[in-house]
Design a protein around this ligand. Sequence first.
Ligand code: NAP
Ligand code: MG
Length: 489
Amino acid sequence: MDETTSKLAFDTDWQYDPAPESTDHIRIDEQYELFIGGEFVAPKEGRYFDSINPANEKVLARIASAGKDDVDRAVKAARKAYKTSWSKLKPAERGKYIYRIARVLQERAREFAVIESLDGGKPIRESRDIDIPLAAAHFFYYAGWADKLEYAFPGKQVAALGVAGQIIPWNFPLLMAAWKIAPALACGNTVVLKPAETTPLTALKLAEVVRDAGLPPGVVNIITGAGDTGAALVDHPDIDKIAFTGSTAVGRSIQKSLAGTSTKYTLELGGKAANIIFADAAIDEAVEGIVNGIFFNQGHVCCAGSRLLVQESVADEVIRKLKDRMESLIVGDPLDKNTDIGAINSSAQLEKIEDYLRIGQEEGGEIYQSSGTLPDTGYWCRPTLFTGVSQSNRVVQEEIFGPVLTVQTFRTLEEGLDKANNTPYGLSGGVWTDKGAKIFKMTRAIRAGVIWANTFNKFDPASPFGGYKESGMGREGGLHGLDAYLELS
Ligand code: NAP
Ligand code: MG
């Protein structure tokens, strides 16, 4: 080995050269209006807010804020479109429009990926390889069902509900819009969608796609604004269904507002998933899965594997390998193709995560964070591990929604299961073992809507997603996702 090779092989201080994705091919306007009745219209009260890039805190665009009157305009446009055009179309024709949206999304995938990473802070690798292709896949999948609904529910009469109000969070902005809009349209409903305040841009770009795809005006309406815009949509008397994804607290308030009304609703709320490693698991693969399960998308994932439960005899090995792997994760510029962990979505979310880092230490947890420098501006959090925590600690019980993993050990399968189920949530879970029988036993007994075995965070439009307990009610995806937008008789 000559001197240069040995230096390359053993120098641990080396860095990747930057590999930023170009922004030359995208266009972001200075100002965006509301998309109502097929046109972009100014908000009645003339209020606007900024959407910023959380990686450098610079303003990307000014965004219209929809007041009560605008919400009313959007619902009226959706009702008119439902009555006069969308419900009159043959189902196969509805399908054609939805396919068109899917194809345009695929054609413009690169542009959508870059804008998603700019507006929300997620690594370009994720928006390019996961968010945008999966969003297009949802439109393709549900387009196929539009003219086959009676085969989806044999022996039943199917009818659309009417107008759906849809409210989504900031962690998968375009993908959540696709999860909401695609099944609603396929079932013959029209929609009013409100994206999150910090990530409105890809929903507004989707509005352009809807317009360019020639959908009848008013079938899809996109209204931007903060929580009060969402609340006005929930409270509107002419909505047939509310589909909400977000925090358990807001989900609860929506449930209260709708109690006693005929409005149907589905709620996708928080999570605190356990990822359980048994001693017989393939440890290196499990460690990679744990890293993916919690550090993917900065831990801004409702189904994140935020609690590691590891069988005692392999705990030291797993923790050592986890720390080694965390050290190699690159935190930084979301547009860089090497980046593993991008920017935290907002200063408010960063504050919330930092509060939990403090709480975890006050509760007696031992904190470990990767080293390395962070950019000077923007919102960043190093991948973090808490050991020495117990089941009653807040960092173990409460959703942090950041790159923070707690580690607990167990001896028997029953103890692992008890710990896995002992939180108010039940959205997802993961099991790592070499034994098929153990997988079946665990997956039946974990009280969660989605459970992965020897893998984590895998999504497909055909599989239903949703929670038990405080993680919500109803399912999205697959046949179950159609059910939520139909009246069956
Ligand atoms: P959030 O505060 O509940 O917001 C979700 C959406 O609801 C946003 O569009 C928000 O608008 C809007 N909203 C806020 N207050 C409202 C109200 N009173 N009535 C109607 N709409 C209202 O959640 P977040 O903090 O943005 O997102 C993080 C949380 O979402 C996490 O803690 C996690 O629990 C949950 N989450 C769950 C899933 C899932 O699939 N189960 C997925 C992602 C996130 P603004 O953003 O403009 O305030
Ligand atoms: Mg933003």
